[in-house]
Design a protein around this ligand. Structure first.
Ligand code: ATP
Ligand code: MG
Length: 599
């Protein structure tokens, strides 16, 4: 085996493998170069998702012909003036992007410094093709054609132009958010897709991210230990099936960092179902010496000196902001919009609400129904068969609206519908509460409040109960005895296949113990050791809460309903259930008036 030094073209090709994965990554490098050159305007043209053409034009400082030649060489950069890689403030610093891209494409570099003439150099797959004068305004224009033209292995892995376009658009959006002071224009296949004027960071984020965030978002601005976090995140009830709208920046550098993504997830734990994702644009500012940007060839990951502090700031900062808004739910916000019934489904997929005008009045004589009779203080007569002998059981109860409505935000209970929803009258509208979702949330918050000060009220069973489960489940519960005891659930191993229960959290009432324990065992098995203890406890708590809450289908007394409403008003985060769905919606008086054509 003979060892040899590789020719420089091959070295560039190998480097390109790391840096230039697809058109979007080449585009990202070019736009970063334009921003590093101090451009105020960046204009991008793409065709075929960038597979056909990527062209980036800037009005930055430009380069002299000599600098251009150097820029196309490996390890040549202007960005580390004092050989220090510890305090990088530019996007680029590796001196690799241009030669790497030039080795796998046909690259045309044109540039002109102010007060000088323009110059052009063309490189064809790593080989100098031509050089000569060029006419262009001051600045730089880079054109990439035939990307991976001679690297069939790479080309095979490209997605359709549509898929590559999506990735390219995403790359541009991230950089445009990072630098809201720069104007960006993007054209794809001759169509203008983006046209962004210089603006403030919040305005830029609003222009690029879900416009709905203005109503369904929460602003973040917090400082801790020399770190600062700003930006906007969505309310838990305004979430997505994909984590594709999470934009994270460290010192203005767009990153896709596992630590940051994990912290964002952590901030929403138990506010959102595991397969749903918040929308976010978060800007983290860290002292330069506390972050290492040289850990990934594409510069999309970073390493923090104190990663626990970063995680703490993100989880704590977002959580505090969400708590401050905890009674808001995306549904309530929406209900203020032109009449729409908000369901938990369309709260998650906003914009698909059903217009109330589609709902037809029932073809039934109201005065005939027991609910009407009760509401108007008529005695309910013997239930009469309606509709050719089909007996209609009363499906709803209502209380007479006689006393004035005291000003409770969630109103006073007027009745229950389908034994599942509480209907309440508030000063400013009609409130509908999902009793199970709401109660589950209250129980969880009660358990959590107890856990944080170590005083979960527990209820000792007069006679400890023995629950039979299979052996692995018993093993799992035995392993979690201490954690469970902290939550008010005292269990102990009683035999190979049985568990003895001594106490349950008081918030639970009298749950079905066998079902509770087997659900907990399943939960513990599923979570494994992947999560921190804190996060495991949170999940277990959520499972317990689900068991302790009133089910849909249970008939509640008016007193019980009002008690639930009052408790919701004073409980943090009661606007959404443990799975990120709203627990209540409100139909404003104005919306009701619209329904009846009074407005
Ligand atoms: N649009 C541009 N305007 C002015 N100078 C540029 C432009 N693009 C590149 N350069 C110059 O060419 C050099 C090499 O660019 P290249 O992208 O290859 O490396 P880099 O940006 O220094 O580091 P990295 O590989 O991390 O991107 C830059 O350091 C810069 O001086
Ligand atoms: Mg660069």
């Amino acid at each position: 085996m003979s060892i040899r030094r590789l020719p420089s073209e091959l070295i560039d090709r190998i480097a390109a493998g790391e840096v230039v994965e697809r058109p979007a990554s080449a585009l990202k490098e070019l736009v970063e170069n334009a921003l590093d050159a101090g451009a105020a305007n960046v204009t991008i043209r793409l065709s075929g998702g960038g597979i056909g053409l990527i062209e980036v034009t800037d009005d930055g400082c430009g380069m002299s012909p000599d600098e251009m030649r150097l820029a196309l060489e490996r390890h040549a950069t202007s960005k580390l003036p004092n050989d220090s890689i510890d305090r990088v403030t530019s996007f680029g610093f590796r001196g690799e992007a241009l030669p790497s891209i030039a080795s796998v494409s046909h690259l045309t570099l044109e540039s002109r410094e102010r007060g000088a003439d323009g110059w052009r150099i063309e490189i064809d797959h790593g080989v100098r093709a031509m050089e000569g004068p060029a006419a262009l305004p001051p600045g730089t224009r880079v054109r990439i054609e035939e990307l991976f033209g001679k690297v069939p292995a790479r080309r095979k892995f490209l997605r359709s132009p549509r898929g590559e376009y999506a990735a390219s658009l995403d790359a541009v959006k991230r950089l445009a958010m990072a630098r809201s002071d720069v104007a960006f224009a993007l054209e794809h296949d001759g169509r203008r897709v983006l046209s962004l004027q210089p603006s403030s960071p919040p305005q830029r984020v609003a222009a690029l991210l879900a416009a709905e965030l203005e109503r369904h978002g929460v602003g973040i601005d917090c400082v801790r230990d020399g770190l600062r976090l700003t930006g906007v995140v969505s309310l838990p009830t305004f979430n997505r099936g994909m984590a594709d709208q999470q934009y994270l920046f460290v010192n203005s550098r767009p990153v896709k960092d596992r630590l940051l993504v994990g912290a964002l997830r952590g901030a929403y734990r138990d506010l959102i179902a595991r397969d749903r994702h918040p929308i976010a644009a978060l800007f983290l500012e860290v002292p330069l010496e506390d972050v290492d940007v040289n850990v990934h060839p594409a510069k999309t990951e970073v390493r923090f000196r104190d990663s626990a502090a970063v995680r703490g700031l993100i989880v704590g900062g977002i959580r505090a902001a969400l708590d401050a808004e905890s009674h808001r739910s995306a549904a309530r916000e929406q209900a203020a919009a032109p009449v729409q019934w908000i369901t938990s489904e369309n709260a998650r997929h906003p914009g698909v609400g059903r217009d109330l005008s589609e709902i037809q009045p029932p073809h039934q004589n109201f005065a005939e129904t027991p609910a009407y009779a009760r509401a108007t203080n008529h005695t309910v007569r013997e239930q009469r068969p309606l509709f050719n002998g089909i007996r209609v059981e009363p499906a709803a109860r209502a209380e007479a609206a006689v006393e004035p409505v005291p000003s409770f935000p969630l109103g006073v209970a007027r009745g229950q519908v389908a034994a599942t929803y509480i209907v309440a009258e508030a000063e400013d509208g009609l409130v509908i509460v999902d009793q199970h979702a709401a109660h589950e949330r209250l129980v969880l918050e009660r358990l959590r409040a107890g856990r944080s000060d170590g005083s979960v009220p527990r209820q000792n069973l007069l006679i400890p109960e023995v629950v039979e489960l299979d052996e692995p489940d018993c093993d799992r519960l035995e392993g979690a005895v201490t954690d469970l005891s902290g939550l008010g659930l005292e269990v102990e191993r009683f035999g190979p296949t049985s568990i003895l229960v001594r106490s349950v959290p008081a918030a639970l009432g009298s749950p079905d113990l066998r079902k509770l324990l087997s659900d907990l065992a399943a939960e513990i098995a599923e979570l494994g050791s992947a999560l921190s203890l804190q996060e495991r406890l949170d999940h277990v708590e959520a499972t317990i809460a689900c068991h302790g809450s009133v089910r849909a289908g249970r008939v509640l007394s008016v007193a019980e309903m009002n008690a639930l409403l009052r408790e919701m008003e004073v409980t943090p985060r009661s606007g959404q259930c443990n799975h990120g769905r709203p627990t209540w919606v409100k139909l404003a008086h104005s919306d009701i008036e619209k329904l009846f054509g009074r407005r």
